[in-house]
Design a protein around this ligand. Structure first.
Ligand code: ADP
Length: 309
């Protein structure tokens, strides 16, 4: 059985309803968590692990139950008795504009480096792939990031393919320079880079998808996927460049987690030895389906059915 682990934070998501309805809808979401869910739903034959820390609150225990309902391996879901789950609120104003408010500065997931001990390294070294994002790094306290990178280096040395998506969120970083320094380190270590153009344009002062590709190539990444919304996807695999057309979705309802769904389905396909063009096709189909529904994680069955068509 192929094995992939995702490391990051899942949060409690609260979403306001439209109009004068003040009740909130509660679910669970987080960038790499969303990818893990879509991967597992679409490729049940792959063992998908989630590496994180939950807290001592009831939402944390429901969150962990939810990981299990989604079929994720929870062997590396640690518990910190002194912390609780992070939380965010998606509010939509009268004009339909969404805003996000976070309560995550003391979340349990930020303490992950206290749990990633040598025993964890030896088990996680059995994975085929290990994925983290810029958000996974940003939530780790600055002085613990060097030990995170040592951990990633050790995984890579054991033959695990390292996968990275920058997913830049300015407010999570001390300074843009700190983000860029960490992203460069991640790019120099990873085997697969999955990059949304919009995410890095400002940080690296670039202008196009081609610039994003060149940036990744300059770090020697062997498999690169540049996601450029509805415009195109560019890939490089072992030096071969391809441009893939995207069928634009007419009825976009909510673009949350488009890139995450893309990543999960792309990695599942690649782990199943699907060629790169077909993997991009599947991934884009999944992302294009997710954005026609509300929420980061849409009801089970919809993406799976779309991929089977
Ligand atoms: P990220 O969310 O990582 O920044 P993108 O915004 O490029 O990445 O979106 C990820 C993927 O979602 C794209 O590669 C594409 O396949 C799909 N996608 C995004 N917007 C659209 C759209 N309007 N129509 C069709 N597909 C889309």
């Amino acid at each position: 059985m192929k094995k992939l682990s995702f490391m990051g934070e899942c949060m409690v998501e609260l979403r306001s309803n439209e109009g004068s309805d003040t009740s909130l809808h509660q679910s669970f979401a987080g960038d790499v968590y969303n990818s893990a869910v879509y991967l597992k739903r679409c490729f049940s034959d792959i063992q998908v692990g989630f590496v994180t820390v939950v807290g001592n609150d009831t939402f944390s225990s429901r969150m962990k139950d939810n990981f299990e309902v989604e079929g994720l391996d929870t062997s590396f879901v640690f518990s910190n008795e002194n912390r609780s789950a992070g939380l965010y609120l998606i509010d939509t104003d009268a004009s339909g504009e969404r805003s996000f408010t976070y309560w995550r500065s003391q979340s349990a997931a930020k303490t992950i480096m206290s749990f990633l001990k040598p025993e964890a390294l030896s088990t996680l070294s059995e994975n085929d792939m290990f994925m983290f994002s810029g958000i996974s790094i940003a939530i780790i306290p600055r002085d613990e990031r060097p030990s995170f990178f040592r951990f990633i280096e050790a995984l890579k040395e054991s033959g695990v393919k390292i996968v990275f998506d920058p997913n830049y969120r300015a407010r999570l970083w001390e300074t843009p320079d700190e983000a860029s320094k960490n992203f460069k380190q991640a790019l120099s270590l990873c085997d697969v880079a999955l990059v949304g153009v919009e995410d890095i344009i400002e940080l690296f002062d670039i202008e196009s998808a081609n610039d994003a590709l060149a940036l990744c190539e300059s770090f020697g990444v062997s498999e690169i996927v540049i996601k450029n919304g509805p415009l195109s996807v560019l890939t490089v695999l072992d030096g071969e460049r391809l441009e893939h057309a995207i069928v634009p979705v007419a009825n976009v309802v909510d673009t949350t987690s488009a890139g995450d769904a893309f990543n999960g389905v792309y990695l599942g396909s690649r782990l199943n030895d699907v060629p790169i063009s077909r993997s991009v096709e599947f991934a884009a189909k999944a992302a294009g389906t997710v954005i026609q529904h509300r929420g980061a994680i849409i009801p089970r069955g919809i993406v799976e059915t779309a991929l089977a068509e």
